[in-house]
Design a protein around this ligand. Structure first.
Ligand code: S3P
Length: 187
């Protein structure tokens, strides 16, 4: 692999993809391999707002979260160079996609919807798992909602110049190695 090109690349790498596609895991591994700093946009929001993402959704609502998400993302594109993993809903409009493509390399972690449903259902960290009363949604309700969100967002994700089918690799390490090679062809 021609590592020189990667080492000379001084833009940021933005990891996008649907919920639970492994963006944070891949981001941390890429950060270690490339020796570049890492930020997780959700973590950034949580730290700066002093509460978990679930609490922000519960107490302030999704619209507030989306505004904060855009504000802190803008901040990162201006003041941070490295690897950034985005939340699954961060590509809210064409303007956001264009902004990220101008400011760095956008990478799409592409995971099949069935796999996503299982991962999201198993993990109670995400606000989408709960209804307004704070109870867990049924698997069917969750699946229908995820399907709608996925079809609304897929055209944004697909505009990333680098795309990797995450489920075709036998381990995260193998996937990230393949991703590195794809990234290298675009920098
Ligand atoms: C969201 C995805 C989450 C988080 C929030 C909303 C979404 O991030 O930003 O729960 O709307 O897809 P992950 O993609 O890391 O789960």
């Amino acid at each position: 692999m021609n590592e020189h090109r990667l080492n000379r690349f001084d833009g940021s790498i933005y990891l996008t993809g649907f919920m639970a596609s492994g963006k944070s895991t891949a981001g941390k591994k890429l950060s270690a391999l490339l020796d570049k700093p890492f930020r997780d946009l959700d973590e950034e929001i949580s730290i700066r707002e002093h509460k978990s993402i679930r609490k922000i959704f519960e107490e302030n609502g999704e619209a507030y979260f989306r505004e904060a998400e855009w504000k802190y993302l803008l901040d990162l594109t201006r003041n941070f160079k490295g690897i950034v993993s985005l939340g699954g809903g961060a590509l809210q409009s064409q303007a956001v996609v264009d902004h990220l493509k101008v400011n760095g390399l956008l990478v799409f972690l592409d995971t099949p919807l069935d796999e996503i449903l299982n991962r999201v259902y198993r993990n109670t960290r995400r606000p989408i798992v709960f209804n307004d009363k704070g109870d867990r949604k049924s698997k069917e309700t969750l699946y229908n909602e995820l399907k709608t969100l996925y079809s609304n967002r897929i055209d944004f994700y697909r505009q990333a110049p680098v795309r990797i089918q995450t489920h075709t690799y036998s381990s995260n390490d193998e996937m990230v190695q393949a991703l590195l090679q794809k990234i290298q062809q675009h920098v």
